[in-house]
Design a protein around this ligand. Structure first.
Ligand code: SF4
Length: 377
């Protein structure tokens, strides 16, 4: 993909979920109008670029009014050459959208909705501290379709404390029955400094079982293949190439993106850069005309090659294209990583053909071990 992908971070949530360690805050919704103004200033200060995708993530972007979303997208259209056919995604929490909200969001220009469903079992949603029920998630999905969203993705999480394979199977079936265009399935990561992590540490809840989580992943692979989904990235399935998330493909292909807003990261011109995390600090800096950048790091060529390789391996069909690697770096991937690829091939974790290197099915379950070889290399 050519051009610059734009990520916009909205760090506000109504309430913190029990498992969350993302850059988000609860109880600061009063800051949203000032935050939207600050975002518009940061956007206006960017160099002009062609923009094929915009992604509003969080936090909970659906705490913004449609008019605020419109203001952000208008600022993007003024500062950048936004492709008229751009993919414009917004994450939405099913507990924050109603039948009136979604048509207004669609009219504001959002054309892809990513719904944070997480589970179709109310007990699991309560355990996770989510602010919505399964019925609200189904209503949000139906309202999105009624509002004209032709591209809807659902997020689910598996490997919850006490969750059985049968529980997971039921949630998956409910998701498939809705006929979404895209599914993102994540294994629960337990962080010690969250309410869920503390309950597990105290012995109040069982720790997640990695073997069971692997069984859940394989169940999803099989079930979604039968349902006609293409497993295109380790954690992502789409009904076809057109339904793959174009914005996230930028990350997996290690192509340039600009992150705007508190805590947002960018990767452009050989440099990684990140903004201040605190929304109040972010707003104050933009008001005072100071850049919100908190840090930057140059990535050398070897680092860029390694990142391009291990991020690209996440793409299960596309893998790392040998031709694309050569065009980008002027070198043969199979020569640069001769030892790593030979060893991983011998272990049955990657497969090499004339065009590309890809993870095998066993390799998908050991992805982090595979990626670590390239980081070390
Ligand atoms: S809605 Fe998302 S970002 Fe907000 S607290 Fe829950 S998991 Fe974290």
């Amino acid at each position: 993909m050519n051009g610059l992908a734009i990520y916009i971070h909205i760090p506000f949530c109504r309430r913190r979920c029990a498992y969350c360690d993302f850059a988000s805050t609860a109880g600061l919704e009063a800051l949203i109008p000032a935050y939207v103004d600050a975002l518009a200033r940061e956007i206006a200060a960017q160099d002009r670029a062609t923009v094929p995708t915009i992604y509003l993530g969080g936090g909970t972007p659906s705490l913004l009014t449609p008019a605020q979303v419109q203001a952000i997208l208008d600022a993007c259209r003024a500062a950048f050459d936004v492709d008229p056919a751009a993919e414009i995604t917004m994450e939405a929490n099913p507990g924050t959208v109603d039948a009136a909200y979604l048509p207004a969001l669609r009219a504001a220009g959002v054309n892809r909705l990513s719904l944070g469903v997480q589970s179709f079992a109310d007990g699991e949603l309560a355990l996770l501290g989510r602010i919505h029920t399964a019925a609200q998630a189904v209503a949000a999905y139906d309202n999105a379709r009624a509002a004209g969203f032709a591209n809807v993705s659902l997020d689910l999480v598996y490997g919850l404390p006490g969750q059985t394979l049968a529980d997971w199977s039921r949630s998956l079936d409910r998701a498939v029955a809705l006929c979404p265009d895209h599914l993102s399935l994540y294994a629960l990561e337990v962080h010690g400094d969250t309410p869920l992590g503390r309950r597990i540490a105290a012995g109040d809840l069982p720790a997640p079982d990695d073997d069971l989580a692997a069984d859940m992943y394989e169940l999803a692979e099989d079930r979604l293949a039968v349902a006609g989904f293409m497993h295109y990235e380790l954690s992502n399935w789409a009904t076809g190439n057109d339904a793959a998330c174009r914005h996230n493909l930028t990350y997996w292909r290690n192509e340039p993106y600009r992150g705007l807003g508190a805590a947002a990261h960018s990767w452009i011109d050989g440099e990684r850069r990140w903004n201040v995390v605190d929304p109040g600090d972010y707003i104050a800096r933009l008001r005072e005309g100071r850049p919100p950048v908190a840090g930057r790091e140059a990535i050398d060529r070897a680092g860029e090659m390694a990142e391009t390789t291990f991020m690209g391996l996440r793409l299960l069909q596309e893998g790392i294209s040998l031709a694309r690697f050569r065009a980008r770096f002027g070198q043969n991937l199979l020569a640069v990583y001769r030892e790593q690829v030979r060893e991983l091939e011998a272990l049955g974790l990657v497969a090499v053909d004339a065009e590309r290197v890809r993870l095998t099915r066993p390799g998908r379950l050991l992805g982090n071990e595979v990626f670590a070889r390239f980081v070390a290399g």
